[in-house]
Design a protein around this ligand. Structure first.
Ligand code: ATP
Length: 494
């Protein structure tokens, strides 16, 4: 279990760093910690100055005087005090302030005092290294339920319009589950907006909340909730994998634990592009009734330069808060590839990879990981070690029978009766096609038919098959190498 703020302060840490945009919650936790430990508390921000936590109306140091505030806590504050400083990070770029913070950390170590810096981000690495990081825990389901109820009652009191709720207990639980992994303020905002849309809180609001949450998480950039519109019947072939997943379907239930089962941890799926790895991630989430969270590790580098590590930790703790969930780590090799070589990124990818591996090993949340990869040569060997994943599957190009099955699936999805087409002949002609290329054949043939003002015929499909140069044909050597490599190390998904 991760350390609490109280335990970090009690352990005598002179500097605790809290990176969050939920400043109010952080301040409330500092207040509660001071109360629990019976310690004096001081509170500083640039706009309100330094105040004694027990007499907030008179500032000890007026607003705007950061250096004086730091001098004060360095020289005059009592021992064992807790000092909450909001947005101090940017001021530490100033050499004098920076120096003072280092002095304080040295002195507080002896005085058993703590400086708690609460910042939305952007604290320099050398300051971060002076202290310990504390991550605000996400609200528990009970707390989320409490916020939903409080928001509903507050709106009922404040608004002249009649506000009603027809949620059953089960629907309320579903709503609360959907709101997990969000900060209290975000929960409150989402609930307020769905209620005010029609002055009611009912079952119809659950998909709206999913959407609002997806939007919010999307804006975080590296953890995205994915809409799932497929199920296991939409996957052609991959029978071994499907059977394996079916056996583990109830693995997270209380009944399974009581039976003595360990929760499934996850699978690594390697293989030829476009053969259904991502499709499987979606189908598992749908079949197991869990939200699907997609972590794009590539984004961690590209969008959040300088913050990659903390973003990864944030994404993982967000996934924990949303558990039970399926966490899909897409193209895992892209982000952690350079961890396998002596990379030029100052060890960043190695550290990120280490963070991910130890999280995978240690976390105790009902999270099923589906990691997908195309380029096996770039995978660090530690990832393949036994015990990391429950199984490593290789997803190959579909054989002739499976190609027929995939064509049928995509015809059916587009409301065509597959028995009207010569599927065995088409499957034969589409040698070396991937699942996604077969889907593309059906889509393109439909366009062709539509533009001719006719319904889809076998000729349309055959013409598209003949016009396609499958990727596997273009990169025959790579596919061959991949197969060779996988035959020694992986279980075939089919
Ligand atoms: P990549 O590594 O390039 O992301 P992938 O292996 O994850 O590829 P998917 O994204 O799952 O492949 O496949 C793309 C699309 O191709 C799917 O959404 C699906 O419509 C179709 N497809 C691929 N494989 C299959 C399959 N076995 N059965 C049915 N459809 C498939």
């Amino acid at each position: 279990m991760s350390a609490t703020l109280v335990s970090l302060i009690r352990a005598g840490n002179p500097l605790v760093l809290v990176e969050t945009t939920d400043e109010l919650r952080a301040a409330e936790m500092v207040r509660a910690a001071a109360e629990e430990l019976n310690r004096p508390r001081f509170d500083w921000s640039l706009t309100s100055g330094l105040r004694d936590g027990s007499a907030l109306e008179h500032p000890l140091i007026p607003p705007g005087e950061v250096a004086k505030a730091l001098d004060y806590i360095w020289g005059s504050a009592p021992d064992r005090a807790i000092h909450l400083f909001r947005d101090l990070g940017p001021h530490c770029k100033d050499a004098k302030i920076h120096r003072r913070v280092r002095d304080i950390v040295g002195r507080f170590g002896q005085r058993n005092s703590s400086l708690v810096m609460v910042d939305a981000g952007g604290v320099a690495q050398d300051i971060l290294q002076l202290g310990v990081a504390y991550e605000l825990p996400w609200p528990t389901p009970e707390e989320v339920e409490q916020i939903v109820k409080q928001t509903y009652h507050r709106l009922r009191q404040q608004r002249v319009e009649e506000i009603s709720s027809s949620l059953t207990r089960r629907q309320l639980e579903q709503l609360v589950n959907t709101l997990r992994g969000l900060a209290p303020l975000q929960v409150e905002r989402i609930v307020t907006s769905v209620i005010l849309e029609d002055f009611a809180l009912d079952e119809d609001d659950i998909p709206k909340v999913v959407e609002a949450k997806r939007y919010l998480l999307g804006s975080l950039g590296c953890l995205e909730t994915i809409a799932v519109d497929v199920n296991v019947c939409d996957i052609g072939g991959l029978n071994t994998l499907k059977h394996w997943l079916k056996l583990r379907r109830g693995g997270f239930t209380r009944k399974a634990q009581e039976f003595g089962l360990e929760s499934p941890r996850g699978v690594l799926m390697l293989g030829v592009p476009g053969c259904g790895k991502s499709l499987c991630a979606k189908a598992v989430a749908a079949d197991w009734n869990m939200p699907l969270l997609r972590l794009d590790p590539g984004d961690l580098y590209q969008k959040f330069i300088g913050e990659s590590e903390s973003r990864l930790r944030q994404a993982l703790s967000q996934a924990e808060a949303m558990a039970p969930a399926v966490l899909w780590i897409d193209e895992i090799e892209k982000a952690f590839a350079s961890a396998s070589s002596s990379s030029a990124d100052g060890g960043l990818s190695k550290r990120m990879f280490g963070t991910l591996l130890s999280w995978m090993q240690d976390h105790r949340h009902p999270i099923f990981i589906i990691a997908t990869a195309n380029d096996v040569s770039a995978l660090p060997p530690e990832l393949m070690r036994k015990g990391r994943f429950d199984e490593v599957f290789f997803v190959d190009l579909p054989n002739c029978e499976t190609r027929g099955e995939i064509l049928r699936i995509h015809l059916r999805r587009r409301k065509r009766d597959a028995s009207q087409y010569d599927i065995p002949a088409l499957a034969q002609a589409a040698n070396d096609f991937s699942g996604s290329e077969l889907e593309q054949v059906v889509r393109a043939a439909l366009f062709r038919a539509f533009s001719e003002g006719k319904d889809l015929s076998n000729e349309h499909l055959l013409a598209e098959v003949q016009a396609t140069r499958p990727l596997a044909m273009l990169s025959r050597e790579q596919v061959h190498e991949l197969r060779q490599w996988a035959s020694q190390r992986c279980v075939s998904a089919d």
